[in-house]
Design a protein around this ligand. Structure first.
Ligand code: BGP
Length: 480
């Protein structure tokens, strides 16, 4: 490797999640997932958590962009762009429709066998998330989601089945997508999709959130340990949503406040990459009188199941101000107490503050903290795309966003020496937006003709960014 280049085995690719692309929600013996009961949304209107039968609501995840039927065509397009890897998730409900069965659903297992074979045909490495914001709805109704310790065993069983089945096809795994988003429990959508619990309805919501987290930490650690026994070549990561929180000013109170606020990120890496609860959280629990139920060997389990790498999403940075400590913005992503608008950066139409330097900052901060390989498994620009009369989609704004972030990523690797495994921009093919439940918030290099009112042919076409990203990959990031 020349000093001026990214490593030759750098994993360029793209990322999606099962429920946001697959559709086929009731095909092949699949059970109902919690994402199947989330309504669509409208601009500025949140998605609604339903029981799946609310009249008048649409359920966009039922069809999504029908990757379930179109995956061969879509993978051919990924291959045309030169993808080295493709990140998606396994829908737990395809394998265990209710989540508490002993025997898996063979049709579901076969679907992912076929999908992985198709990827490998083009030398595209599958990068697989075991739980991307979804779990069987049955586990929510009958067990109360991750608040119930029994769910740990169900998840470990599911993970064992798929890791054994795909051990020769999949090397890169992640346990829980953006696990830290349930820390933002005041915002029901994230809490619910991470854990199956609507924390606001719980008498002690924050304690309940820490309890579900403890169960997930234990489950994740057990899966990491088991995965290494199944195949010592496996690389099993954790996955965090990383939004650096800058102090609003150099006033010591703002600096201290920003450090405290970053614990809401660090906690998740500290436990999953170092294997134990850090002092600041134990102090917080003691101060607040929280009792988190743990079993005798849980601490040992956490230590023995440290993740191999830190996968993370990066979309934006935020600024926080001590004086605004008690102001929750209520925003899906930026909703940290004390967040204030940063006047030095622009924001997307959805208020996500665009900050490429924040990516370099994040890579350095977290690499210094953990000294483990990192993997940017989500990054991208959600926008409403316009199809021109001649069919072109000139998404220069998306190219500009990605260009600027890749430039900072290269600095982190080449100048700062961060050990980075790869880069998979989010929503490489248009899909259902998670926070909005809409199709119109698009990220793809590949356009899908599907609209918020449910209309559209589902036809795929290449945006301008398609050829641009292809050239980026072909030059291993030299040509951006
Ligand atoms: C992350 C999720 C993804 C994805 C992305 C973009 O939080 O891991 O599932 O959707 O954000 O968010 P959105 O689709 O809401 O724009």
């Amino acid at each position: 490797m020349s000093e001026q280049q990214l490593p030759q085995d750098f994993l360029w690719g793209g990322a999606v999640a099962a429920h946001q692309v697959e559709g086929g929600w009731d095909q092949g013996g699949k059970g109902i997932s919690i994402c199947d009961v989330l309504s669509g949304g409208a601009h500025g209107v949140d998605r609604v958590i339903t029981d799946g039968v609310l009249p008048g609501y649409s359920y966009p995840n039922h069809q999504a962009v029908d990757f379930y039927s179109n995956y061969k065509q879509d993978i051919a397009l990924f291959a045309e762009m030169g993808f080295k890897c493709f990140r998606t998730s396994i829908a737990w409900t395809r394998i265990f429709p209710d989540g508490d069965e002993q025997q898996p659903n063979e049709a579901g297992l076969q679907f992912y066998d076929d999908l992985f074979d198709e990827l490998l045909k083009y030398n595209i490495e599958p990068v697989i998330t075991l739980s991307h914001f979804e779990m069987p709805y049955h586990l929510v109704k009958e067990y109360g989601g991750w608040l119930n310790r029994k769910v740990v065993d169900f998840f470990v069983h599911y993970s064992e089945v798929v890791m054994k089945r795909y051990q020769a096809k999949v090397k890169y795994w992640m346990t829980f997508n953006e696990i830290n988003n349930q820390r933002n429990w005041q915002y029901p959508l994230f809490g619910y999709c991470c854990s199956g619990v609507i924390f606001n309805q719980h008498p002690n919501p924050e304690q309940a959130m820490y309890q579900t987290l403890h169960h997930q930490f234990v489950a994740s650690a057990k899966v990491v340990k088991l995965g290494h026994q199944i195949n010592p070549q496996f690389k099993i990561g954790c996955m965090l949503a990383l939004v650096p929180l800058y102090p609003w000013s150099c006033h010591p109170d703002d600096v201290m406040f920003a450090q405290e606020a970053m614990r809401e990120r660090h906690l998740f890496g500290d436990v999953q990459l170092r294997g134990y609860y850090p002092s600041y959280i134990l102090s917080e629990w003691a101060r607040k009188g929280y009792q988190i139920e743990m079993e005798a060997d849980d601490q040992q389990t956490l230590l023995e199941g440290c993740a191999d790498y830190l996968g993370f999403s990066y979309y934006m940075s935020n600024a926080v101000q001590a004086a605004a400590r008690d102001n929750a913005t209520g925003d899906a992503i930026a909703g940290f107490n004390g967040s204030v608008k940063n006047p030095h950066v622009q924001a997307s139409e959805w208020g996500w503050q665009i900050d490429p330097v924040g990516l370099r900052y994040t890579l350095n901060a977290f690499y210094e903290r953990y000294q483990k390989p990192m993997f940017i498994v989500e990054n991208g620009f959600g926008a409403v795309d316009r199809v021109e009369a001649n069919g072109e989609i000139n998404d220069d704004y998306r190219i500009a966003y990605l260009q600027a972030h890749i430039a900072q990523m290269k600095k982190a690797v080449i100048e700062d020496g961060v050990d980075l495994m790869g880069y998979t921009p989010w929503g490489c093919i248009d899909c259902v937006s998670f926070t909005t439940g809409q199709y119109s918030k698009r990220y793809g290099f590949i356009y899908v003709d599907k609209h918020d009112d449910g209309s559209g042919s589902l036809a795929r076409s290449r945006k301008k960014s398609f050829a641009w990203y292809k050239a980026v990959i072909a030059s291993n990031g030299e040509k951006i």
